[in-house]
Design a binder for this molecule. Structure first.
Ligand SMILES: Cc1cc2nc3c(=O)[nH]c(=O)nc-3n(C[C@H](O)[C@H](O)[C@H](O)COP(=O)(O)O)c2cc1C
Length: 205
């Protein structure tokens, strides 16, 4: 029997056409992001922020910088998923709950902070890579969470990141790396697109 995870992975498709005017309540939006934050991040940095754009004004504003893509307004919510730079600076705070829960020892946290600071502090490329990795894993987890709730989603990079940063008052350390729209699909979306043969992409070493 297939697991629910396998079902979610196999049934997910990028939704282009959503049922308009079907809002999601804030509790459901919060559940989606709670599940998204279960995604792993390097050192458990959790260097991300999820902006749930669900007001008509907000969605229209975002649509303007997303090349007019209609699904931004038709979907129930458009998540701007930001990855954050300088994540090592907030690592101690991010790990404190693991100390409080007696999962990690204080000295282990100090060791991780030292290690992350040494590798990330003067490495802008690594900081950006880390932001992209974290936001991408969060985005994928969010899409599978949506699938599990019977909702559809679509990841999007078709937007002007600088404009989005301005319009949604992002901090200089926050990069809007992906928009994920979530809502109720219409029936006339493309079916799942075939993938390359696994033999072309799998190397057994
Ligand atoms: C990083 C990323 C950016 C994407 N950007 C857009 C986008 O701006 N607009 C859009 O309609 N689809 C976008 N897509 C959806 C892809 O076209 C889609 O995932 C791909 O064709 C595979 O189809 P599937 O997701 O249904 O399996 C994006 C997907 C990814 C992963």
């Amino acid at each position: 029997m297939k697991s629910s995870v396998q079902n979610a992975i196999e049934s997910r498709i990028s939704i282009n056409r959503f049922q308009a005017d079907r809002p999601l309540d804030d509790e459901t939006i919060t559940s989606l992001v709670t599940l998204a934050t279960k995604a792993p991040t390097a050192f458990n940095m959790q260097n991300w922020r999820f902006i749930a754009v669900r007001s008509p004004e907000g969605k229209n504003l975002l649509k303007e910088s997303a090349w007019g893509q209609q699904k931004i307004v038709d979907a129930s919510v458009a998540f701007i998923i930001c990855g954050t730079l300088s994540a090592h600076q907030q690592l101690a705070a991010a790990l404190q709950p693991s100390v409080d829960a007696q999962i990690m020892e204080q000295r282990t946290v100090e060791g991780w902070v030292k290690q992350a600071t040494a590798s990330h502090e003067n490495n802008a490329v690594l900081q950006r890579d880390e932001a992209v990795r974290s936001a991408s894993l969060g985005a994928m987890t969010l899409m599978l969470a949506a699938e599990g709730m019977g909702l559809g989603s679509c990841p999007m990079i078709g937007f002007d990141a600088e404009q989005v940063a301005k319009d949604f008052a992002l901090l200089p350390t926050e990069l809007p790396l992906m928009v994920v729209v979530v809502g109720y699909p219409l029936d006339n979306n493309w079916p799942q697109k075939p993938r390359k043969p696994v033999a072309d992409v799998l190397t057994l070493a």
